[in-house]
Design a protein. Structure first.
Length: 87
């Protein structure tokens, strides 16, 4: 996820409208609460990243609410390195 896709959702969770690369995440239905939710998992290690909801801003209309400890912050300009790790 890139900082340019982050926005204030009012939820208290880091929220983004789009992943950096859709192949980097897998989506699966999570039935852990009464209402099913769409879980976001790392496509490489299968780790839980958070959940995605259909009430986000344009352009995607999605709200990816992510667990802050699941994020690794990197400076701009290292996207190629990041993409190699994710691939």
């Amino acid at each position: 996820f890139q900082a340019s896709t982050k926005y204030e959702s009012g939820t208290g969770w880091p929220s983004f409208h789009s992943p950096l690369d859709g192949r980097a995440v897998d989506l699966d239905v999570d039935y852990k609460l009464i209402v099913p939710r769409t879980e976001v998992r790392c496509a490489t290690c299968d780790g839980h990243l958070g959940h995605v909801f259909d009430d986000g801003p344009k352009p995607s209309g999605k709200r990816y609410c992510l667990n802050g400890v699941a994020l690794r912050f990197v400076r701009d300009g290292v996207d190629e390195e990041l993409m190699e790790e994710v691939a």
